[in-house]
Design a protein around this ligand. Structure first.
Ligand code: ADP
Length: 439
């Protein structure tokens, strides 16, 4: 409150005026009043001038000082100015923080004027679109026709998938959001990985449908023929055998798909045990001989005293798949060999054959689902095209890798490379005569 100060100053001037009029003379009192008026007006002018001078550039100057009620007014203004400066500093700091956060966002953000001129963009936008200049139309920098069409015929909520010339081989999704003042915020996100997964998923569904359609069509065809025609016993039997064979193909396909799904979802550390490789090799060698039906020489070099820590059903399934391929793709009279060795502390389990071999260009794609080099032979021998995908997944789950060496016309060697940390020495079985002597 300024009133009490003003009132007491006026009261003091008035008291002095009355005192001068009664003790000296009315003229002296008048002179005193004139002096007060002139001095007051002068003081007001000086302080108003200081205030005006300060107000011209409040940020760079201190609020002036003054006596009496002017001092109190200036103090108030100084306090207000300090508060304002603090608030402005805090705001600038927050804006800088928000800006650096926005700069670190992986998504590109561009603020566009109502006429699609760039008003602001973050760092990611610079990376994604290449050079961007503020206050210039975005179409100068993003020249793809589908982008121009998207800007022109924009519909809320509809994104644009685009391959930008500044980022070849990558897929981006662009979304526009209209702000309240007609400006537009453009958000651009790299969806290359998502697009790849979507493509893989739809390819997989298409492949499965295709794989199932063939046996189902064959089964349906034979069943309809059996219904429509009067067949003799031999024909009936042949048709039924075809139906059974095709249904077995479907069963194998479903079983392999389930195996892959289980391998993808099961936890890695489930039920590991020490697998005796000698026992495993002998058992799988016998199965391979049965599958070959004496058409091949199956050689097994079982490592004695060697254990492998792993999930036995999975390791068994991986080696069985490789042996089954070697037998199925190697013509009669060929040799199939199951062997193992230690290399750089890793354990290599090798299935080798002297079959047709695989051309180098196929090797990188062998473990893709449904990828086949010899489609006809795969189908005729009941292959599902999933065997090597399963093997790769299993060996990966055991911290190892699948390594394929092959030469057309010479044969193939499939190596399961497992980390040495999984290898254990096992007690060797006692020879029977030693056991007898000990008894
Ligand atoms: P499939 O069920 O068709 O055998 P795989 O995934 O096990 O599927 O194998 C993929 C492809 O690799 C096979 O279709 C075949 O063309 C080729 N292949 C696999 N093993 C051998 C081999 N030992 N010799 C020659 N080609 C092979």
């Amino acid at each position: 409150m300024l009133w009490p100060g003003v009132v007491s100053v006026l009261a003091a001037i008035l008291a002095l005026t009355v005192l001068l009029a009664s003790l000296v003379s009315p003229l002296a009192a008048l002179a005193w009043l004139a002096f007060v008026l002139v001095a007051g007006t002068l003081a007001n002018t000086v302080f108003l001038n200081r205030l005006h001078h300060w107000a011209e550039s409040p940020g760079s100057r201190d609020v002036p000082s003054a006596p009496l009620f002017w001092g109190r007014i200036f103090d108030r203004i100084a306090r207000f100015a300090r508060g304002e400066a603090d608030a402005r500093r805090a705001l600038t700091r927050d804006a800088a923080t928000a800006r650096s956060i926005v700069d670190w966002l992986p998504d590109a953000l561009v603020l566009l004027s109502a006429r699609d001129q760039i008003e602001w963009h973050n760092r990611a936008a610079q990376d994604v679109f290449g050079f961007l200049g503020v206050r210039r139309p975005i179409r100068q920098f993003v020249r793809e026709p589908e982008f121009a069409a998207y800007l022109r015929d924009f519909e809320a909520g509809r994104p644009l998938q685009i391959e930008l010339s500044a980022r070849p081989g990558q897929v981006h999704e662009i979304r526009l959001h209209v702000l309240e003042d007609e400006r537009r915020l453009l958000i651009c996100r790299d969806i290359t990985e998502q697009a790849r997964l979507n493509r893989m998923r739809s390819d997989f569904v298409a492949n499965v449908s295709h794989e199932i359609r063939t046996p189902v069509t064959v089964i349906g065809g034979f069943a309809e023929t059996m219904l429509d025609l009067d067949l003799d016993e031999a024909q009936r039997r042949q048709y039924l055998e075809n139906i059974v064979r095709q249904s077995q193909t479907m069963q194998r396909l479903v079983a392999d798909l389930l195996t892959l799904a289980t391998l993808e979802s099961a936890a890695d550390e489930d039920s590991e045990e020490i697998i005796d490789l000698a026992v495993l090799f002998e058992q799988l060698g016998a199965e391979a001989r049965a599958l070959s039906a004496q058409a091949h020489t199956v050689e097994v070099r079982a490592p004695s005293g060697l254990g492998l820590v792993g999930r036995s059903t999975e390791i068994e399934s991986a080696v069985r798949n490789l042996l089954s391929n070697a037998v199925r793709y190697t013509p009669a009279g060929g040799v199939v060999r199951l062997d193992s060795c230690r290399r750089d502390s890793d354990l290599w389990i090798t299935v080798e054959d002297n079959g047709p071999g695989i051309a180098a260009e196929h090797l990188p794609r062998l473990t893709e689902r449904f990828y086949r080099v010899d489609r006809a032979r795969s189908r005729s021998t009941g292959g599902t095209g999933l065997g090597l995908a399963i093997v790769k997944r299993i060996v990966g789950r055991h911290g190892g890798s699948l390594h394929v060496e092959s030469r057309v016309g010479e044969g193939s060697r499939f190596n399961l490379i497992l980390p040495g940390s999984r290898v254990r020495a096992l007690p060797l079985p006692q020879a029977p005569e030693t056991a007898d002597r000990a008894a």
